[in-house]
Ligand binder design. Structure first.
Ligand code: FNR
Length: 392
């Protein structure tokens, strides 16, 4: 008897819903990774390879999944990673995500390259709002963006450092998402995908306008479509960024500063020296340098060098509450999810995202119980069986 599949239960279920609803080129942009997608797969697989250590008869009746991070009480050691163009996946997607995350009690991190501006996003809800910054060649625009984030009530600035240049994503090339192809091919792609996805076309394609990139719109002249904005962004992100620029950022921003995109223990140490209040162990969800190690395999090696000196976060491949437990066990203060929250929002709307977050909390709580832990600060490597695996 086949399963009825009447309600989504897992991240994989939300992924299927998103795939059915979104035009192919948007789903591929969200779902895909760089080059042959080796690292994308490795991120997920290395979480799966870690084995949890089941424990019994420990009175697990009183458990708490709550933590404090950068001065905010969180329901769960989890935050939503910045995902560019989310407002093309769901109607006013960034504002919607901020609303749901705030109501649930986890931080939402808004991308520089979002459809909704930081002002629109901030006004959509409450709770901790983080802002992700790409260093732009135009430092005046950068300083202005940071000032706008501060004025909007952003509590944490997240500087992404693993995209000084953009990795090629084969799916985007094939779909002419990253330019290329001729105008007729792009028009045909647009018309066909609108016709085949009327639910998305009416709700987001038409109803979710304007599709400008709200944060950067004031600094971009003559851009009309998301593609124009993406082209501007790709040309404007500053490849000359170096550790020396951290002092400049610090001069603009006095609140907690998190550096996202660290995959090497040495860079972790540098980030601490540069005064980072937090780091995100990340390979950009396998979208940048294909072939690098999974984030979960690098986490313990980075934690060994920086633990206690900065807050440690990790993203890339987190797909369940068990994965969040594994991340915390290996030294993370919190895990982050990118694609999963967008699958849920794109595939099943705000209710879908809220259900996904509740499900992740439930899985995390059950996993704590079955590994014999009662609160997040007691979660350590003893909930894992055997030594952490090297990525291969
Ligand atoms: C991203 N990511 C990202 N990161 C960032 O700092 N700024 C950004 O604008 C984006 N944009 C973006 C778009 C899309 C479609 C994806 C899938 C990802 C990376 C993101 O923040 C995060 O590091 C990864 O998504 C984590 O991996 P998982 O959870 O998707 O496996």
């Amino acid at each position: 008897m086949p399963t009825l599949n009447l309600a989504p239960a897992s991240v994989a279920d939300y992924r299927r819903l998103a795939e059915a609803r979104l035009p192919r080129f948007l789903f591929d942009y969200l779902d895909g990774g760089a080059y042959a997608e080796v690292t994308l797969a490795r991120n997920v697989r290395d979480f799966e390879r870690l084995e949890l250590h089941q424990r019994i008869l420990r009175d697990v009746s009183a458990r708490s999944t709550a933590v404090t991070l950068f001065g905010s009480e969180l329901t769960l050691p989890l935050a939503l990673s910045p995902v560019g163009l989310s407002g093309m996946m769901a109607r006013r997607g960034e504002a919607a995500a901020r609303k749901v995350a705030g109501a649930f009690g986890v931080p939402y991190c808004l991308s520089t390259l979002s459809v909704c501006s930081v002002e629109e996003t901030a006004a959509a809800g409450s709770g901790p709002l983080w802002f992700q910054l790409y260093m732009l060649r135009d430092r005046g625009a950068c300083a202005d963006l940071i000032g706008r984030a501060k004025a909007a009530g952003v509590s944490v600035l997240v500087l992404t450092v693993d995209l000084p240049v953009v990795g090629t994503r084969y799916r985007d090339v094939r779909n002419t998402m990253s330019g290329g192809g001729n105008a007729w091919a792009r028009l045909r792609r647009g018309l066909i995908s609108y016709a085949l996805h009327p639910g998305w076309a009416l709700d987001v394609g038409l109803g979710g306008k304007p599709h400008v990139l709200g944060n950067i719109a004031p600094y971009v002249k003559g851009a009309a479509t998301p593609a124009d904005f993406s082209a501007w962004a790709n040309a404007s992100i500053d490849p000359s960024i170096s550790w020396a620029d951290l002092a400049w950022i610090r001069a603009q921003w006095s609140g907690p500063l998190v550096i996202k995109g660290i995959l090497s223990p040495e860079d972790g140490v540098e980030a601490v020296k540069a005064g980072a209040d937090g780091i995100v162990v990340s390979n950009h969800g396998g979208r940048q340098l294909d072939g690098v190690a999974s984030t979960i395999s690098m986490l313990p090696r980075i934690a060994e060098k920086v633990s206690g000196q900065t807050r440690l976060l990790v993203d890339g491949g987190v797909r369940s509450g068990q994965d969040i437990l594994k991340a915390v066990a290996l030294g993370a203060d919190a895990a982050m999810i990118g694609r999963p929250w967008v699958y849920a929002l794109a595939g099943a709307g705000e209710a879908g995202l809220l259900n996904q977050l509740k499900a992740l909390q439930g899985e995390f709580s059950v996993s704590m119980a079955l590994t014999g832990t009662l609160c997040v600060k007691d979660v350590n490597a003893s909930v894992l069986f055997g030594p952490p695996l090297a990525s291969n």
